[in-house]
Design a protein around this ligand. Structure first.
Ligand code: CTP
Length: 413
């Protein structure tokens, strides 16, 4: 990777979490790698780590308040602007729930939050939330993370381990070495350097609705979040993304072309038109396998009789793509299972002629439809199996795309 940090200007933002005690080490490592480092600490952060220690290791004064002292010779009264211009990247570690909320809302009542807004467009922001696992997974924190992710920030999921509360689980800030590696990777990989840059990727997402009559349908619990996260992550890597989605309540990710469909047949017809031209087809939709044979026109009226509904099979969109893909094209699917289904996932990988499948256990709490996190096991066509931890869907999507990139490069395309 070379020494990508040499000469780079990095702002380290530190919030009030116990992991702040590790930040002098982080600053030291960045300096050792040749970066110029300036530190912005919140009031809470300054209670966990000494500003004197941070000033000593960075060799610079530490910023806390947005308001500079007056009447000091040479004072830069708009230093949040000059620092925002100076920075090549902004690392916030640890990031607390409070600061995530402020950042997502655009509040800026201290130097750290003001710098976030003053940073020049396109400069990477890496945010390392660290807090109790339940706090991290709370709807409020996940909503703020989703907003920041949609703005282009990289949110690096906390690690699992022992926590300050005595509990153990998700919530720990990664070690300084790992934070430095993430920053190096980000600075190294601009969208232009991704193998997916300029490639056409089609993603199916969400549920389908199969009409029983004019007012009723068969569907499933899919929220579309995973497919949208994949589309967002692929667009961030410079891919030309088309998202074919069933009915969902989600915003279109920036830079993504969206096609709204309702039934499996509509999804099939819309997807099929991209089969020849796309490089990668990702089936993340929960496509209904069957549809009513003869939907009733208008509203069916009840009477005293039981009714029988005849269902006929829908086409398997992903399998069709898998069967007709040409060299240079990759097929990626999901296998949603309610029983321990790794073997089922492998079977689907083979029968649908896929290059990669993400096995997705469905429990409606940690993984599967509607929830904000997922636990995926990736299996590629060579049998390589990678178990991912419980991750927010955006992070899981990034890891899936890393695996797709690897396969694509390995195949020599
Ligand atoms: N899929 C598809 N078209 C279908 C059914 C499934 O494109 N008609 C895709 C899904 O998007 C997913 C993969 O195939 O990527 C597997 O879907 P899943 O529902 O797990 O499995 P099925 O093949 O439908 O088998 P089963 O329902 O028996 O588990």
């Amino acid at each position: 990777m070379g020494n990508v940090l040499r000469g780079k200007n990095i702002i380290v933002g530190i919030c009030g979490g116990i992991a702040a005690y590790k930040t002098p080490q982080l600053v030291r490592l960045l300096k050792k790698n040749g970066a110029n480092v300036r530190v912005a600490v919140t009031d809470g952060g300054a209670r966990f780590v000494s500003e004197l220690a941070l000033a000593t290791v960075s060799g610079e004064r530490v910023y806390r308040s947005i308001f500079p002292p007056v009447d000091t010779t040479g004072t830069d009264y708009t230093r949040h602007i000059s620092l925002g211009e100076w920075a090549d990247a902004f690392v916030i570690a640890p990031a607390t729930a409070n600061t995530l909320a402020k950042l997502s809302a655009g509040l800026c009542d201290d130097m750290l939050t003001a710098l976030f807004i003053a940073l020049r467009p396109g400069k990477p922001v890496l945010i390392f939330p660290a807090m109790d696992g339940q706090m991290f997974l709370s709807p409020s924190v996940q909503r703020n993370i989703a907003i920041l992710t949609a703005q282009g920030c990289s949110i690096i999921s906390p690690e699992s381990g022992e926590l300050a509360s005595g509990l153990s689980g998700l919530g720990r800030m990664p070690e300084p070495e790992s934070i430095v590696s993430s920053l190096e990777e980000t600075l190294h990989s601009s969208p232009e350097s991704s193998p997916l840059h300029g490639k056409s990727i089609v993603v199916t997402a969400g549920p389908t609705r199969e009409k029983i009559d004019g007012v009723r349908f068969i569907s499933n619990y899919s929220s579309g979040k995973m497919g949208f996260a994949i589309a967002r992550a692929a667009a961030k890597r410079g891919a030309l993304v088309t998202l074919v989605t069933g009915p969902v309540h989600l915003e279109t990710p920036p830079g993504v072309t969206r096609l709204d469909v309702e039934s499996a047949m509509e999804m099939h017809n819309a997807s099929q038109s991209f089969f020849k031209g796309c490089t990668i087809f990702v089936g993340a939709a929960a496509v209904s396998d069957y549809r009513p044979a003869a939907p009733y026109e208008g509203k069916m009226k009840k009477d005293d009789q039981e009714i029988e509904l005849t269902l006929i099979k829908n086409p398997d969109i992903l399998a069709e793509f898998g069967m007709q893909k040409a060299p240079g094209q990759l097929a990626v699917g999901f296998a949603l299972e309610t029983q321990t289904g790794l073997d089922n996932a492998r079977k689907k990988l083979n029968t649908k002629n896929l290059d990669l499948i993400a096995f997705n256990f469905f429990d409606r709490k940690t993984s599967g439809f509607e929830v904000d996190t997922n636990i995926l096991t990736l299996i590629d066509k060579d049998g390589v199996t990678t178990e991912l931890p419980q991750l927010p869907k955006d992070s899981a999507a990034e890891r899936l795309l890393d695996a797709i990139e690897k396969l694509y490069v390995k195949a020599g395309y």
